[in-house]
Design a protein around this ligand. Structure first.
Ligand code: 5SP
Length: 219
């Protein structure tokens, strides 16, 4: 399995101080910055859009892992590419035109990712997973930080890892020091975490433990 990448979710950071929060996470060892984009339709919450990514890009060269929890993700490819997004992660449930969207994202110079909600079976994306740079298995219902980790979702990670030994498989939602072992054992290598990193006394130690646990499982 590929090496660990730890992606703090800025949803748990201070939105009024976003550039500094990103720098803080990078200094503490983050590999990616996970940006949660919510439209109030696909999920019952509203966060940021491409203008914020564009502003942030002026402050950092870091890998921006943008998770679009939006209806009609096709509408936003141009804007997010122009804003400086590295990876455009869309939801399987949000479109019927998966392959065309993957191609369009790539043609705009971004990496492409596909995400599934907890109730979506893994079979829905088993073949599509071979066409993307990263798959995201949600381990909470998308929309809010601070929810309880849904351990049952790890069976989907196991199935994906078995089918794709070299794929980046991301998990997101409720990840913390009590469940990172299970996520690692299932085969996840990209860890998104908001609450457990931002609320920690020493975020750098949490990030390091996540990384060591994933890398130990893949050794
Ligand atoms: O996409 C989402 C929620 O929809 C996540 O990225 C959360 O922001 C993760 O936060 P924690 O569950 O780790 O607090």
């Amino acid at each position: 399995m590929p090496s660990a990448k730890i992606a703090p979710s800025l949803l748990s950071g201070d939105f009024a101080n976003l550039a500094n929060e990103c720098q803080r996470m990078l200094k503490d060892g983050a590999d990616y910055l996970h940006m949660d984009v919510m439209d109030g339709h696909f999920v019952p919450n509203l966060t940021i859009g491409a203008p914020v990514i564009k502003s942030l890009r002026k402050h950092t060269d870091a890998f921006l892992d943008c998770h679009l929890m939006v209806a009609e993700p096709e509408r936003w490819v141009d804007d997010f590419a122009a804003a400086g997004t590295n990876l455009f992660m869309f939801h399987y449930e949000a479109t019927k035109h998966h392959e065309a969207l993957i191609e369009r994202i790539r043609n705009h110079g971004m990496k492409a990712g596909i995400a599934i909600k907890p109730k979506t079976p893994v079979d829905a994306i088993l073949s599509l997973a071979g066409q993307v740079d990263m798959v995201l298995v949600m381990t909470v219902e998308p929309g809010f930080g601070g929810q309880k980790f849904m351990v049952d979702c790890l069976s989907k990670v196991r199935a994906l890892r078995q089918a794709y030994p070299d794929l980046d498989i991301e998990v997101d939602g409720g990840l913390d020091l009590t469940n990172i072992d299970e996520a690692a054992e299932a085969g996840a290598n990209v860890i998104v975490a908001g609450t457990s990193i931002f609320k920690a006394d020493k975020p750098a130690e949490v990030i390091a433990t996540f990384r060591n646990t994933i890398n130990a499982a893949s050794a």
